[in-house]
Design a protein around this ligand. Structure first.
Ligand code: FES
Length: 170
């Protein structure tokens, strides 16, 4: 059995008794694998007694779930109102142009996956983004470029927190 199949089956076994088990199962699989592989859909449907269309519908409805493996780093740029009012539309256009990709795609070098998100709870410091789970605020195009460059330089999981605010980096 593929290692990913074992992880999928374990997630189903551990969470199936929870009320509304589908979301916890999907989160557990994505936490372990970084995405929900296509082969997970029939296993989950069988394990939770749902149709494959139900499982598929939930994966596509929630922005958080990925159906393909992410890059080495994942950036979520806030697209909600407060951040839009502070220029996140222009930042989004800049980001996509710089990388030559659309939302939920990964740069060709595998460094960075970009995802839209709808409020990171950091509205007071908008426009905001999250890089590898770390919140950054008051993002400018220059700060965004610094994060992109740091992701491209870094082959592993180095802490990129200071890269989005080059003024504060030592
Ligand atoms: S609207 Fe962007 S962090 Fe809340």
């Amino acid at each position: 059995m593929e290692p990913s199949a074992t992880i999928i089956d374990e997630a189903i076994a551990q969470k199936r008794s929870l009320p509304g088990a589908l979301l916890p199962v999907l989160h557990a699989i994505q936490d372990a694998l970084g995405f929900i592989p296509p082969e997970a859909v029939p296993r989950i449907a069988h394990g939770l007694n749902l149709s494959q269309a139900d499982v598929h519908g939930v994966i596509s409805f929630y922005h958080d779930f990925r159906s393909t493996p992410p890059g080495r780093h994942v950036m979520k740029l806030c697209r909600a109102e407060a951040c839009q009012a502070m220029g996140s539309d222009a930042l989004a256009a800049h980001l996509k142009r710089r990388l030559g990709i659309e939302w939920k795609e990964t740069s060709r070098d595998g460094a960075l996956t970009i995802e839209p998100v709808y409020c990171l709870g950091n509205c007071a410091l908008s426009p905001a983004l999250m890089i590898d789970g770390k919140l950054r605020g008051r993002i400018t195009a220059t700060a965004l470029d610094a994060v992109i460059e740091a992701c491209r330089r870094d082959g592993g999981q180095r802490d990129l927190a200071s890269a989005s605010n080059p003024e504060s980096a030592s």
